[in-house]
Write a protein that binds this ligand. Structure first.
Ligand code: SF4
Length: 63
């Protein structure tokens, strides 16, 4: 199983930085929250950029 990014919504400030950095992985769902797409493989560099750009450090890799 490949690792995937997860985000802690309780810390998310809704800044959309992750969507800007990595729109193929992060999106806004119909309920209005940021979520991670279900993918077989996640683009490492792009997710790392999103992790670095997140102002509240609420995105982490889950093994
Ligand atoms: S970058 Fe972080 S704080 Fe901003 S929308 Fe994404 S998860 Fe939320």
């Amino acid at each position: 199983m490949a690792r995937r990014p997860v985000l802690d919504l309780s810390e998310c400030t809704d800044c959309e930085g992750c969507i800007e950095m990595c729109p193929e992985v992060f999106k806004r769902n119909p309920a209005g929250y940021i979520e991670v797409e279900d993918l077989d493989h996640y683009p490492e560099v792009c997710v790392e950029d999103a992790i670095r750009s997140c102002p509240t450090d609420c995105i982490v890799w889950e093994e």
